[in-house]
Design a protein around this ligand. Structure first.
Ligand code: 3SK
Length: 516
């Protein structure tokens, strides 16, 4: 691979190195506040000390249910430095899944954003070991809750580093794949530095005076690298925007805080390019824009280029690898391709027969590099399926041409919508619980701009005919029960659904109908 593991025995060094290098430079800016690097180190130390004082033991997991504010990196770096294991949770998680996360992590202490505190109700806490919820950015009410201001009060602003090693568990993220049980993806202390040494140095190439703005939030592996690992590794600044990243909020933040590097997904670039009045906005601060997770179309690339003078640079990564391992470069972009292998990673394509795919032949991608998660927590079966020696099975099908990789679809049925995995069966199960639905099938649909969305074909009860009002009701139903991005954008109706010989819904037939 040509890269050694970074020697970092504890990933908090990424922040702490800035104390000597850049104490007075802003580490974080944004509507929730500004902290210099010296202030960020002091704040992180207070978090680490407060968690130690709470009686936690080395290696204990701490779920982070936080929005993007300065408290996120402060609590993260303080926790890892003290030897605890932050678990970065998607803040759209519903109470039933949150309950599963609390059980799976065995956590006794969790951090929660004040605006999200109602998610930690009795349903979420049932059967868990949780004793205390620390409420960030607000006040706490109720038993077992404490406001971060009180939790941190009087804690020292220096913190010795726990006796961790580079190969020790540092933090987790959860896969959003949803066969009912998301998988805890375990990352080690050296992984962050490795993503910086590979993608950070060879593709992104930040400058110390850069201000990074990742619209995908920190709890996504992509956002975590963009907003924390890369800027903190070189002493640059990160702009953190809490709340819903609606196009106008993002445009306001760009005009107000003048970031130089923007990170988004094709869905975001599409929404920004179509936002009302965008042409009159001042986007001149942006010198570079990055995209990942979904295929970027020529149309989106061109419209962003027309607004900013540069198109987004597309790459592809995974939570298991922590960040991007295939990428276009700033000066060589093959539209429609995820790009080439990022230095520091090796990739190979394997045919269904287990042979290496030849030039132009489709194969499933395997990747290796030292930021790879060693296992899924407590899931030896899933670990065996995915982590094969030092290679990781991605489940993504590609064709390689001139060193660039072109995505052909998934080897399984997962679909990536707005950068997040959706298991169509989960959406089908949800729709089937609606009183008007007799049966349904949910499948991937590629939009004209090449982004993926969900299409549901529904047979209603009692021969009822579909209507736009009914479709809206079904979408709202899914949004109210699952994470909102899992709703079917397209809802179609059929008097009957085609079946295979064994009585299962014949998806291939439904796909053929769509193509005809
Ligand atoms: O989806 C992606 O392309 C991605 C990129 C970086 C980190 C994590 C992910 C899932």
């Amino acid at each position: 691979i040509g890269f050694e593991k970074a020697a970092h025995p504890n990933c908090s060094i990424i922040l702490w190195d800035n104390l000597a290098r850049n104490p007075d430079k802003p580490a974080v800016i944004g509507p929730a506040g500004t902290l210099t690097y010296a202030e960020m180190v002091a704040e992180a130390a207070r978090w680490g000390n407060a968690l130690i004082a709470a009686g936690l033991k080395r290696g204990e997991r701490i779920p982070f249910f936080l929005d993007d504010t300065p408290a996120y990196p402060a609590a993260f770096f303080g926790a890892v430095r003290a030897g605890f294991v932050p678990v970065l949770l998607n803040i759209q998680t519903t109470p039933d899944v949150l309950n599963f996360f609390l059980q799976d992590t065995g956590a006794r202490v969790a951090l929660c954003e004040a605006s999200l505190a109602d998610r930690f109700g009795p349903e979420t806490l049932k059967g868990t070991a949780l004793e205390r919820v620390v409420i960030a950015n607000g006040t706490a009410d109720g038993a077992g809750r404490i406001a971060a201001a009180d939790f941190l009060a009087g804690q020292p602003q220096t913190l010795d580093c726990a006796d961790t090693g580079a190969d020790d568990m540092a933090f987790w993220m959860y896969s959003s794949g949803s066969t009912g049980r998301p998988k805890g993806i375990v990352h080690l202390h050296h992984d962050m530095a490795y993503t910086q040494a590979s993608f950070g140095e060879h593709v992104l190439k930040l400058r110390p005076d850069d201000i990074c703005f990742s619209v995908p939030k920190i709890f996504f592996a992509y956002g975590f690298g963009n907003a924390i690992t890369f800027p903190f590794s070189i002493g640059a600044t990160t702009l953190l925007l809490p709340g819903q990243p609606r196009p106008n909020a993002v445009l306001d933040a760009i005009e107000g805080f003048r970031p130089t590097v923007l990170f988004g997904l094709p869905t975001l670039y599409t929404a920004l390019a179509r936002a009302e009045g965008v042409a009159a906005r001042d986007l001149s601060c942006l010198r570079q824009s990055m995209s990942a997770a979904e295929i970027l179309s020529q149309e989106i690339y061109d419209s962003w280029k027309a607004l900013t003078g540069h198109g987004p640079t597309e790459g592809l990564g995974s939570t298991e690898m922590l960040h991007i391992y295939l990428s276009n470069s700033l000066d060589d972009h093959r539209i429609g391709s995820a790009g080439a292998r990022v230095p520091g990673y090796e990739v190979r394509l394997e045919t269904p027969e287990g042979k290496p795919a030849g030039p132009g032949e489709e194969g499933v991608m395997f990747v290796r590099g030292h930021s790879s998660a060693p296992c899924y927590w407590n899931r030896p079966d899933k670990t065996r399926d995915t982590m094969r020696g030092d290679w990781l099975y991605t489940g993504d099908r590609f064709i390689e041409k001139d060193g660039c990789y072109y995505f052909q679809g998934r080897a399984d049925e997962l679909i990536k919508v707005s950068g997040q995995w959706v298991w169509p069966l989960e959406v089908e199960r949800c729709l089937n619980e609606h009183p008007d639905v007799h049966e349904c099938a949910v499948m991937a649909h590629q939009m004209a701009d090449r982004r993926m969305t969900l299409r549901a074909v529904v047979r209603l009860r009692d021969g009822k005919a579909g209507s736009e009002e009914q479709s809206e009701a079904l979408r709202a139903y899914v949004k109210s029960r699952l994470q909102p991005y899992k709703y079917p954008r397209i809802v179609e109706y059929a008097a009957d659904l085609p079946k295979t010989g064994t009585g299962k819904i014949d998806r291939q037939a439904l796909l053929r109908v769509k193509e005809e």
